[in-house]
Design a protein around this ligand. Sequence first.
Ligand SMILES: *Cc1c(COP(=O)(O)O)cnc(C)c1O
Length: 395
Amino acid sequence: MRIYADNAATTKMSRAAIDAMVDCMESHYGNPSSLYELGQEAKERLEQARAEIAAVIHAEPGEIYFTSGGSEADNQAIRSGAAIGKKTGKRHIISTAFEHHAVLHTLKKLEEEGFEITLLPVHEDGLVRVEELEAAIRDDTCLVTIMFANNEIGTIQPIRELGAVCKARGVLFHTDAVQAVGHLPIDVKDCNIDLLSSSAHKFHGPKGVGFLYARKGVRLTNLIEGGAQEKGKRAGTENLAGAAGMAAALREVAGHMTENAAHMSALRDRLIAGLAEIPHSALNGDAKKRLPGNVNFCFEGIEGESLLLLLDERGICASSGSACTSGSLDPSHVLLAIGRVHDVAHGSLRLTIGEDATEEEIDYIVRNVREVVEYLRGFSPVWRDLTSGKTPFIL
Ligand SMILES: *Cc1c(COP(=O)(O)O)cnc(C)c1O
């Protein structure tokens, strides 16, 4: 038995996405920039993918730029916002403490280049406060970048309200929507989003392709020079198979979004209820304002890494937080941002279920997590100190 419960790290490609890619590789191998028919057919196929993607987030096809994934889209969006600000002498950027590293590391670079960065706090419920954004905006603020939904704890931010504040104050608004696209309804116009990042492999598309939405009139900065592709904003022969696979995957998940969300959130709540029965445990992030498939817990007195290895032996693929930081011994910056202390943050478990999850799988996960946590606590010195009263319980 293998249960894949790490869909926030990546997802299994859908049949529709694979078929679309194979079709492009076999039949549309021309270069979209070539003038003969084979090239122009490839170009048409690319533009069809662009239009399909645009429709899902209520954008215009001309506002979609293909990238190599979410990280590139985040880098390009933030660099573009910074460049626009710099032109008018604005060098202040607002973000949050629990963004993906593609955002945080880009901001760090910009700080070294003379920009000033304000990171808004994230509250214990895993949400930022609209009033705190409002208070942080200054006359020299050029960009606000706040993620749509967090990749570790799944909390969904009040994007529409945040977008309205940015619009009222005339500040560009970028959102890293990598975890949200294909999983939540998104209307970029209604939410006043100027820039939005997305990645295909988080919604059953291929790895290595994503897109950046840039509202008409927002001037993008190139990260890659060398050609006229993507209106001169992203050079390099287009990844047609990737773009077509991404569009096919998105079309499919968008077509079943309501049913998928209902099914997954019912299973998510069953999983949360089951794990909450484990003593000295706590759910991370708001119980309801979270992605339909996301469950993230802390268990006191254990090591998250050992938990993962033992769950793997029992066929469960899970994560302690972000795939990007696993392997390092630092606790998750997201859990620290919501106020978990180091010791507690170390005992974290993220389970992100997919559309095809079943009740039997959820019950198997609950049973096995319970057994493994009990087993690990059995020989944990930290747990011994907690139970003997030497150190106080936190959870
Ligand atoms: C996965 C992820 C990214 C990075 O996307 P890639 O396509 O893997 O580069 C960025 N932001 C968030 C929130 C993510 O979950």
